[in-house]
Design a protein around this ligand. Structure first.
Ligand code: CU
Length: 124
């Protein structure tokens, strides 16, 4: 009887460990292995790359970093936005649902040519 109980507990612990480490990983918000990651760098007063091509229905994680000051990332057409702070990686997960060209722009004032800071996402 005892060995059975003991191994039952061990299995339960191992199971719990797997479940909780899985939760911890998803909490970090890191890209899953099946998701495409697109890195975008923001700096005064542009994004690199300035044109990003995505596939309709393909899950993607946009990883945004800033080379200088606080910028923003805003795609009004898709209802997505995030701050892009220097020294941090902002992640935006999306699954493109419609084809077309979508402009995104900086929505945190970052200097003289802030108004011109934009780029495009093309969904095919
Ligand atoms: Cu900016």
């Amino acid at each position: 009887m005892k060995p059975t109980v003991a191994s039952g507990i061990t299995l339960a612990s191992v199971f719990a460990l797997i479940v909780f480490s899985g939760l911890a990983l998803s909490r970090l918000g890191n890209a899953q292995t099946d998701e495409r990651v697109v890195k975008i760098t923001a700096h005064k007063f542009a994004y690199e790359p300035s044109q990003i091509e995505l596939k309709l229905g393909e899950p993607v994680v946009l990883e945004l970093t800033s080379k200088d000051v606080l910028h923003g990332f805003n795609i009004p057409d898709l209802g997505l936005r995030t701050d892009v702070e220097p020294g941090e990686t902002a992640r935006v997960r999306l699954v493109p649902q419609k084809a077309g060209t979508f402009e995104f722009h900086c929505d945190n004032f970052c200097g003289l040519d802030h108004e011109d800071m934009s780029a495009t996402i093309i969904v095919k």
